[in-house]
Design a protein around this ligand. Structure first.
Ligand code: DX5
Ligand code: ZN
Length: 227
């Protein structure tokens, strides 16, 4: 079975104390650190860029999962990998030559992911499914943390799994947006194994404990790993 990976999104962390917040999530058992890059064009918000990823790389002990919500990502991918990104995902809606972009990410030694917005059908993956290292299903419209989970994403996860299976791919599916202890078991049942959470972890007074709680709620037995 695909292992569950918890990927706290620093979008909801204290940007003046990123090192402290990342360390707390790691003590709580974070497997990845999810970094949301927004350009104010593809999405309405602007967040962080390559220098901040480089700084995070110096303090994080887990791989950096860099989610690019930007136009023309090909211009910046090498910079993000050089800064320390181990996983790079790009939106199918932002990239005209997705096959080329996926190959570029892989050629730089990072894992390549493709992202689907809530309104983008799973079928958009049909001809790239055999090439990707992971798929990210957005369960909110990208741009902001703290939004409500879109329930239709559960159907979307199942459809994405079907497309990957048909292509003979065992690539894991990442889910991003509105994930919390109440819905995480459902997204795991529907096929997600990389679980992004921003508000549920860094919106909490105790991110370490919240990370542990999310993993416990995600595990099929409900028991999770020992603390
Ligand atoms: C949204 C970002 C998400 C966001 C998730 O555009 O891609 O990674 O940080 O945050 P929550 O878990 O608060 O929805
Ligand atoms: Zn994200």
């Amino acid at each position: 079975m695909t292992p569950i990976q918890i990927a706290p999104s620093i979008l909801s962390a204290d940007f003046a104390a990123l090192g402290r917040d990342i360390a707390a999530a790691e003590r709580g058992g974070a497997d990845l650190i999810h970094v949301d890059v927004m350009d104010g064009h593809f999405v309405p918000n602007i967040t962080i860029g390559i220098p901040v990823v480089r700084a995070i790389k110096r303090v994080a002990t887990r791989p950096l999962d860099v989610h690019l919500m930007i136009e023309e990502p090909d211009r910046y991918i090498e910079g993000f990998v050089d800064a320390g990104a181990a996983m790079v995902s790009v939106h199918v809606e932002a990239v005209p030559h997705l096959h080329r972009t996926v190959q570029l990410i892989k050629s730089l030694g990072a894992k390549a992911g493709v992202v689907l917005n809530p309104s983008t059908p799973a079928g958009a993956l049909e001809d790239i499914a055999g090439d990707v290292d992971f798929v990210l299903v957005m369960s909110v419209n990208p741009g902001f943390g703290g939004q409500e989970f879109i329930t239709h994403s559960l159907t979307k996860l199942q459809r994405v799994r079907e497309v990957l299976d048909r292509a003979g791919s065992t690539a894991p599916i990442e889910i991003d947006g509105g994930i919390d202890v109440d819905n995480v078991a459902a997204v795991v049942s529907a096929g997600a194994s990389i679980l992004v959470a921003g508000n549920a972890i860094f919106g909490s007074a105790d991110p370490e404990r919240a990370t542990r709680a999310l993993r416990a709620a995600a595990s099929p037995s409900g028991a999770g790993l020992p603390a």
